[in-house]
Design a protein around this ligand. Structure first.
Ligand code: AMP
Length: 388
């Protein structure tokens, strides 16, 4: 086993959004230094890191220089180019490893891997051309056509209800390799977040129950009211995935729970996940600290949940009529506000989240939704704010 990277050492992070920011906060709390590399400047992660390097991921000279100044590297998004990981690997370890990224950054590869383990997943077909699509029978519709690469938050996805839509859907996805997934009639969407250490030990959070708006995560709640059997199965599937991929780090598995009670894997993310943000306030050790511990070869922390919790995302839409009224939400007991330091609020952009702890999951969810509503500035007041 490789030697642990101890507090006082420097961790490099690729990617500079909110996941990197919360990772850096956890790392600094443990006494590590953090260097971040991304193509942007004054980023959510850069604002809290020791060093922010602005560079293309494919500027391999700068990437190598970055690698020489750190002791271990991790990432906050899965679309890091393979060449970048290879360049860093020559100097310091990257966790999770390049093969984990390679599998999970392309839907078709990810699905083939899941199939090979016998894990149940959404029925799918690879689509490489319009004629592949035309060969699909009506009994496979409705379906969702998803690009094989570079998709997130529902980007690169089109729902298809009838054969007449094949041509326009294929053109809209710009004729890229894709997968066609059966539209799943689900009762709920769940996720399990897990960490695996360098010694092969594993810890789990959830399942969280997640609701989406326009394909973007809206609210996560835990614990869930589903049976112990569902919980145990979701965790067992996640354990198999972590071990089969030999993950060192954090990984999220997103599931559909079908109306007939079956758990199907939707997708994997080899990093902390939006549905795990509530672990920061609701669990003994959060998902970001687990990432720090795992990539540094330290023991993983306890995942004990302190109280039922709900997390509501704050998207740029909330800023439409002016800066949200933070004072109202901050008056709610047991509410924690997290803002990511992004300057520009755009529709659909994740600007922050709030987490509420309560006596029951349902109460936490109600309070989180209500608190978010109170943040929104009414139209008329917004006009006034704009005018002054
Ligand atoms: P994804 O980026 O694949 O996680 O998709 C984003 C969201 O779109 C999911 O969380 C679901 O709400 C919805 N979705 C994706 N794939 C399917 C599917 N095969 N059937 C039903 N809903 C889906």
């Amino acid at each position: 086993m490789s030697q642990a990277v101890l507090p006082g050492s420097t961790i490099g992070v690729l990617g500079s959004g909110q996941l990197g920011r919360m990772f850096a906060i956890a790392a600094r709390r443990l006494g590590f230094r953090v260097h971040v590399l991304s193509p942007d400047n004054d980023t959510p992660t850069g604002q809290v890191a020791d060093v922010e390097i602005q560079s293309s991921y494919l500027d391999l000279d700068t990437v190598s220089q970055f690698a020489r100044q750190v002791d271990v590297v991790t990432f906050e998004f899965e679309n890091v180019p393979g060449e970048t990981i290879d360049a860093i690997d020559r100097f310091v370890p990257v966790h999770p490893a390049g093969h984990v990224l390679h599998t999970t950054q392309q839907r078709l590869r990810e699905k083939r891997f899941l199939e090979s383990t016998g894990i149940p997943l959404t029925p799918f077909r690879p689509i490489h051309s319009l004629s592949d699509l035309s060969a699909v029978g009506d009994d496979n519709l409705p379906a969702i056509l998803k690009t094989a690469a570079w998709g997130y938050d529902g980007k690169g996805q089109i729902r298809i209800d009838s054969r007449e839509e094949f041509e326009s859907a294929w053109a809209e996805l710009k004729c890229q390799d894709a997968v066609l997934e059966r539209f799943v009639d689900f009762e709920a969407e769940l996720s399990v977040i897990a960490a695996r250490g360098q010694d092969g030990s594993t810890v789990f959070y959830g399942p969280m129950v997640n609701t989406h708006q326009d394909h973007i995560l809206d609210v996560s709640v835990t614990p869930t009211a589903f049976s112990e059997h569902i919980r145990a199965e979701a965790i067992e599937i996640t354990r198999v995935i972590l071990n089969e991929l030999s993950v060192i780090g954090v990984l999220c598995v997103e599931f559909f729970l079908t109306t007939s009670g079956e758990l199907l894997v939707n997708e994997l993310a080899p990093r902390p996940h939006n549905s795990g943000h509530l672990t920061v306030d609701a669990h003994a050790t959060c998902q970001f600290e687990q990432q720090v511990r795992a990539v540094c070869g330290l023991p993983l922390g306890a995942t004990t949940q302190l109280r039922p919790a709900a997390m509501a995302n704050l998207l740029g839409d909330l800023w439409q009529n002016g800066e949200p009224d933070w004072t109202r939400a901050l008056k709610v007991n047991d509410l924690k506000l997290h803002l990511y330091g992004k300057r520009e609020a755009r529709i659909g952009r994740k600007m922050g989240h709030l987490t509420v702890l309560a006596e029951t999951p349902a109460e936490a969810e109600d309070l989180a939704r209500q608190a978010r509503e109170t943040l929104q500035i009414p139209q008329s007041q917004g006009d006034f704010v704009d005018a002054v």
